[in-house]
Design a protein around this ligand. Structure first.
Ligand code: TMP
Length: 229
């Protein structure tokens, strides 16, 4: 496998083409941003932690019947993934109120929600129709995405519970393979999940960076350790 030209540089990752047209290489950076890039910084070692953690969790998803882009980890920061076209949606699951949900609805952070909520990045009641209307996804794709997202939540939540971590909420993204299959893409990491110690409720995720709470690297390392990595 040969790493070829860079295709894209995002806030936390770079994506490269390879000599196989159906495979890309993702390269995880230590860069961290918040508030749509207004706040910028670095979290030392984050790229390594997120690469390995995301790969570990993607493989758990695969074992539970959820198709993902994961192919092979080739270095501390680099992973081979399937080529997909990213569905332009951020899909968010919430088990416990926090972050923008708490702000929007005036619900205190930490309140367990009566039911798990699923939202897409544009927050709107008619969103399902809007997404289809603007062509971001088809009705069938959205049904698949919603089903897979709830499944991801069930598996991920149970897994984190087994290491005494509460899965408060998370954001995932999906991609479409050249043959039209919807698969889990992007990453699953403390950048994209809210993870709290189940006993102390201490935050073990990127909120420590967003909110200038300190001990950011230590929090990522703690999750890493609990997953046995
Ligand atoms: P929110 O409460 O700020 O809407 O965030 C919900 C979840 O989505 C939380 O786990 C953090 C994650 N998230 C991202 O992964 N990327 C983002 O750009 C934002 C705003 C949130």
């Amino acid at each position: 496998m040969k790493k070829m030209e860079q295709l894209y540089e995002g806030k936390a990752k770079k994506v490269f083409k390879t000599d196989d047209e159906n495979l890309y290489i993702v390269d995880y950076k230590d860069d961290a941003t918040a508030f749509n890039g207004l706040k910028k910084g670095q979290i030392a070692g984050k790229g390594v932690v997120n690469n390995k953690m995301s790969n570990f969790l993607m493989q758990i998803m695969e074992k539970n019947g959820i198709p993902t882009h994961f192919v092979e980890e080739i270095s501390d920061r680099e992973t081979v993934v399937k080529r997909v076209e990213i569905v332009p949606l951020e899909v968010i699951i919430r088990n416990i109120a926090a972050g923008s949900f708490s702000k929007r609805f005036g619900v205190e952070e930490g309140k367990k929600l009566n039911c798990t909520t699923l939202e897409y990045c544009l927050k709107n009641d008619d969103l399902g129709d809007q997404i289809i209307a603007i062509g971001a996804a088809t009705k069938e794709d959205l049904d698949t995405i919603a089903d897979l997202t709830f499944k991801v939540n069930d598996v991920l939540k149970a897994y984190f519970e087994s290491v005494n971590i509460e899965l408060v909420d998370f954001k995932i993204e999906f991609g479409k393979t050249p043959d039209g299959q919807i698969i889990l893409a992007d990453e699953i990491s403390p950048d994209t999940c809210r993870l709290w110690d189940a006993t102390t409720h201490e935050k073990l995720d990127k909120d420590r960076f967003r909110r200038d709470m300190g001990n950011v690297e230590e929090a990522y390392a703690e999750v890493f350790k609990r997953l046995g990595l």
